[in-house]
Write a protein that binds this ligand. Structure first.
Ligand code: C5P
Length: 239
């Protein structure tokens, strides 16, 4: 099973993002561009990724009325965009609008459509917060229910923890894409991630992509840190 590495470019300045992208672009990685980069230097980083012919994920976590989300996705689809995120809590019509816009715009540009990934329950939401929000049940139940909603709306998959991958694949099929953050290579700091897994554990669980931020971009040698993870993913799995 192939598990690909996505490096989260979560840095405040474009100059540093550019250094990282130039350094890591020769490797077989995708880049994740999130709020910090999009709101801080969005056009510059998108132009750079396009110029470097890099593949990337836009972690835009869209959540608005269907027409607005359709327009946003239409504006975001470009060559190199492989994955983009939307909140499952936006509902079925919004999710469908995102998937349709991705397909329509990609057809206009004659490129592969990006996969639309749903965010189910943010990991920062505690069980007691769910009740306050009017959602019954625990985080796990809500995550599965929202993943089903995403699947019904023809989303490609979800962002989830390594611990949820096996259940998601069992319920929704192997082709339902699982992208897992919270990855820490053995021996690196956990930062603020409470539940972590190694790249190898994520791969063994069936993750299609792992998202790694600080252990790569915060390392004194990001190129080597990324290569180390790629080597770990390339080694044959012993079962
Ligand atoms: O630096 P670190 O490896 O923790 O970065 C992980 C990336 O994945 C960050 O961009 C973070 O926003 C994102 N993420 C996460 N946990 C989630 C969803 C997204 O860490 N549940």
């Amino acid at each position: 099973m192939t598990t690909r590495l996505i490096v989260a470019i979560d840095v405040p300045k474009f100059e540093r993002a550019k250094e990282l992208i130039d350094m890591l672009a020769p490797l077989d990685v995708l880049f994740k561009v999130g709020y910090e980069a999009i709101y801080g230097y969005g056009e510059a980083i998108l132009a750079l990724l396009e110029a470097r012919r890099a593949n990337y994920m836009l972690d835009v976590k869209l959540h608005d009325i269907p027409r607005t989300v359709h327009a946003a996705v239409h504006a975001l689809v470009r060559p190199g965009l492989r994955l983009l995120t939307v909140h499952a809590l936006g509902g079925n019509a919004m999710l469908q609008a995102a998937v349709e816009a991705a397909q329509e715009r990609a057809a206009e540009l004659r490129i592969e459509p990006p996969g639309v990934l749903a965010i189910t329950i943010l990991t920062s939401i505690a069980p007691e917060d769910l009740n306050e929000l009017g959602l019954q049940g625990g985080p796990g139940e809500n995550a599965i229910r929202l993943a089903a909603l995403a699947r019904d709306a023809r989303c490609s998959g979800v962002v989830c923890s390594v611990h949820e991958v096996a259940d998601l694949k069992a319920f929704f099929g192997q082709q339902f894409v699982a992208v897992t953050p919270g990855i820490r290579p053995a021996g690196t700091s956990h930062g603020d991630q409470a539940r972590v897994a190694t790249p190898r554990e994520a791969q063994a669980a069936g993750a299609d992509y792992i998202v790694v931020g600080r252990p790569v971009v915060g390392d004194a040698d990001p190129y080597n840190a990324a290569r180390f993870i790629l080597d770990e993913l390339a080694a044959p799995l012993r079962t």
